[in-house]
Design a protein around this ligand. Structure first.
Ligand SMILES: NC(=O)c1ccc[n+]([C@@H]2O[C@H](COP(=O)([O-])OP(=O)(O)OC[C@H]3O[C@@H](n4cnc5c(N)ncnc54)[C@H](O)[C@@H]3O)[C@@H](O)[C@H]2O)c1
Ligand SMILES: [Zn+2]
Ligand SMILES: [Zn+2]
Length: 373
């Protein structure tokens, strides 16, 4: 029998897959067909297994991050590398990876100073994914993973063990890493310290888990939603304050000897909660802003109070993480039973359920909805 000739067709150079986009500010999300090119030099195509719904995706939809519509949403993902481009040597086809939005360049001025966790020149794929009519897509955080496949810079892939739940460890790709890192990297929480976390969504509760991993002994959770406070308690908070009913600053001071916490982590991204964080820390304490504000927000503080409180006011970009160092380390902590990543997965949903997941997020019903692809 004559051997069949391999079918050479256009799909060898690119593939059509289903993905979730938003076409305009506050338009409903849509599941559409997109075209994913074959990887060029330094790029990889990843078959997505799971992708969490992060508040940052909602920020994209609502116009809080930019105006480069259509956005290809989703960025908290686990997948399997299915194709690699020329010169890629950090991953191989078949590797289980978590996608990251900090592909360290090794050469920018931050990297040159040995501070690769701030890398100012992180790479995304050079080629564009498009709609079928050729319209170029802007992938959220350079990832775009509410999609059966996505194209990324190979450096955005961090290889991790396969013998773990993809949905749980994929959350390390953004929100959970941002929260844990806000505590352990940016806040440098030490054994025996007191920590308060304002805002107990996926990011804030991860900050609580991070504070616990780092050995904090007093961990105060603040939120306006009792269900979130109950989740925070399950994840290691020693005290809770519902700031709808009680003054957040007084509530934090009441359980820290009247002084305030050594570290206060703001995980909402609003001026009023930042002010609470600012005043709820002890003298010389640290404030960490991990919540992302929107462009119109302004903050006013008496400069004398900034001076008088001393300490440091820091922002936490992605938990100041180094994916190659922190993702495998946290997967290991999960495997050892010290970090309950399963508790962050509130529900597993399909690709058509992202809009509903945004609604549930707004209603405070979930920590993370995770899309399974
Ligand atoms: N810095 C980073 O690298 C990074 C990474 C991921 C997400 N984020 C940001 O972190 C923030 C939180 O993300 P998330 O996914 O946890 O969101 P989320 O919507 O799941 O959680 C927000 C939480 O804040 C609470 N909240 C709202 N208003 C409050 C108030 N006035 N006082 C106290 N609590 C209040 C809500 O009840 C909810 O529990 C967002 O701004 C998101 O964009 C930052
Ligand atoms: Zn760099
Ligand atoms: Zn995110």
């Amino acid at each position: 029998m004559a051997a069949r000739r391999p079918r050479m067709k256009w799909s060898v150079m690119s593939q059509k897959v289903q993905a979730v986009i938003v076409r305009a500010k506050d338009a409903p999300v849509e599941t559409v067909t997109i075209i994913v090119p074959d990887p060029g030099p330094g790029e990889a195509v990843v078959d997505i297994l799971t992708c969490g719904v992060c508040h940052t995706d909602l920020h994209y939809k609502l116009g809080g991050i930019g105006n480069e519509y259509p956005y290809l949403l989703g960025h908290e993902a686990t997948g399997v590398v299915s194709k690699i481009g020329e010169g890629v040597d950090n991953v191989q086809v078949g590797d289980r990876v978590i996608l990251n939005w900090r592909a360290v360049c090794g050469q920018c001025r931050a990297c040159a100073k040995g501070q690769a966790q701030y890398c100012f020149n992180t790479a995304n794929a050079t080629q564009k994914m498009t709609l079928e009519d050729g319209t170029e897509l802007s992938p959220a955080l350079g990832i775009g993973a509410f999609a059966e496949k996505t194209l990324v810079a190979a450096g955005q892939c961090t290889k991790v063990d396969e013998d773990v739940d993809a949905a749980a460890v994929g959350l390390l790709g953004c929100g959970v890493m941002a929260g844990i890192g806000a505590a352990i990297n940016t806040g440098e929480v030490k054994r025996g310290e007191s920590v308060a976390v304002i805002g107990c969504g996926g990011v804030g509760i991860a900050a609580i888990a991070g504070a616990q991993l780092a050995g904090a002994t007093t961990i105060v959770a603040v939120d306006i939603d009792d269900d979130k406070l109950a989740m925070a308690k399950n994840m290691g908070a020693t005290h809770t304050v519902n700031s709808k009913n009680e003054d957040a600053v007084e509530g934090i001071k009441a359980v820290t000897g009247g002084f305030g916490a050594d570290v206060v982590i703001e995980a909402v991204g609003r001026p009023e909660t930042y002010k609470q964080a600012f005043y709820a820390r002890d003298l010389a304490g640290r404030v960490v802003l991990v919540g992302v504000p929107t462009p119109e927000m302004k903050l006013e503080l008496p400069l004398l109070d900034v001076f008088g409180h001393g300490g440091s006011l820091k922002s936490s970009w992605y938990g100041d993480c180094l994916p190659s160092r922190d993702f495998p380390m946290l997967v290991e902590q999960y495997k050892l039973g010290r970090l309950d990543l399963d508790a962050f997965v509130s529900e597993r949903i399909g690709i058509n359920d992202v809009e509903a997941a945004f609604t549930k997020m707004g209603e405070g019903k979930v920590l993370r909805s995770v899309v399974e692809l």
